[in-house]
Design a protein around this ligand. Sequence first.
Ligand code: AMP
Ligand code: ZN
Length: 497
Amino acid sequence: MQSELKIYNTLSREKEVFKPLKPPFVGLYACGPTVYNEVHLGNLRTFTTFDVVYRYLTHLGYKVRYVRNITDAGHLTNDAGEGVDRIEERAVLEQIEPMEVVQKYTNSFHEVCRIFNLLPPSIEPTATGHIVEQIEMVKRILANGYAYEVNGSVYFDVRKFMKNHEYGKLSGRNIDEVMEGTRDLDGQDEKRDPVDFAIWKSAPANHIQRWASPWGDGIPGWHLECSAMSCKYLGKQFDIHGGGMDLKFPHHESEIAQSVGADGIEPVRYWMHANMLTVNGDKMSKSKGNSFLPKELFAGDHAMLDKAYSPMAVRFFMMQCHYRSTLDFSNEALQAAEKGYAKLLNAYKTLQALVYIKDDAKKSAEEIKEVNELCESIYDKMNDDFNTAEATAILFEMSKKGNSYKEGHISVSTLDEETFNRLNKTFTAFIRDILAIDKEDTQGDNVTEGLMGLVLTLRKDARDKKDFSTSDKIRDELLKLSIQVKDGKEGATWSKN
Ligand code: AMP
Ligand code: ZN
């Protein structure tokens, strides 16, 4: 019998059997990137974790609505909700529009997701597209008496909230610890208490990004964005909320307080937190200077890298580790993963090429039992809080089986056809749909890039000759292959849907 899916819930600090609110539907929300710079490999680890959660739940037959937002306003340089807006700061630095910053880094994020085989979410809402919902939520919190307005900013009143509800239960922080961390930040004079946080921030006169609100021109609070968008698309209570460990406090703790403060309902049933990608034990982060970008990894173009690595080998490197454990980056570890990955992929090809030949040879009951046990236990591992580390170990066991059949010292016919098919189906599902590590590597991408370059050049030639019927034909035919061509000032670009 197949085991039930269990998820480690940060809130209860226990693995709990997963029971969706409205099966077969599942609502899944993951905090997306703040698009003011390029995502580094650490960010990508967290997004990959929730990609696997999305893929596995879908594989199990759930109808998942996966919402992953884009933070394109309101995320200040200090996570406690003070400092300057990251996107605004970048726009001023680069002397471009904030929305140009947002577009540039959203595009690059999507490109990285595509290369890493991350499925697009069902909905990818932007914070700036949901200002109305955020203002409405601030109003509800104010009406319930859990927030107050000062000089055009609205702050969440943590002490007042704590009279009726808990604050700190997700992260395990107590309020005095929180006080320690917030003492020296600016903007404190407006707050009744240093632990309060902004849910709407008045925009300084020279701020480019600004929206009209009942409290004057301002920008939304970062924590509030996720509360408003998850509520809009998944409801006041939904199944799973994910993000990196470092978002537990203050971001997620504040999300709970806001939702309860606005609507009186606990927003999330299962809180999932992905652990950090580290370098020599330190969290990878841009500010520490120990981060690198996916494109640097694929080109081997960074002082920390001995060589280039393929995107799928890197994805496999992540899969070999459980998402709640830290994963330490090193060239040695990546090279080991690369070797393991090559082995696995060879076995995958071997298994795919094997054909079951019906004959009268005696079946091996022992072999049939072993293969069936492997097919069952790989699901047990995934059902144990998405343990991809142990699932990949089982894939290696399965590879051994596949290779042995190929070499013929156990003929395929030692298995009955049903078991043989089950092995093939399970192995393929894990490689292709769940861990999703079988995408063509960069080499394949280069060929595509080259071919597309050629096609777009031919199209341009046609346009230059005013042969619009040919150029439109090329565009329409590409669209049938889900390739979209966009004409811009710099020429035509393409993207695959
Ligand atoms: P940000 O764009 O800074 O909001 O971060 C996007 C996501 O990446 C968040 O879920 C973070 O928790 C996550 N993250 C940041 N640094 C790391 C890291 N070193 N390892 C894993 N996840 C990270
Ligand atoms: Zn969030």
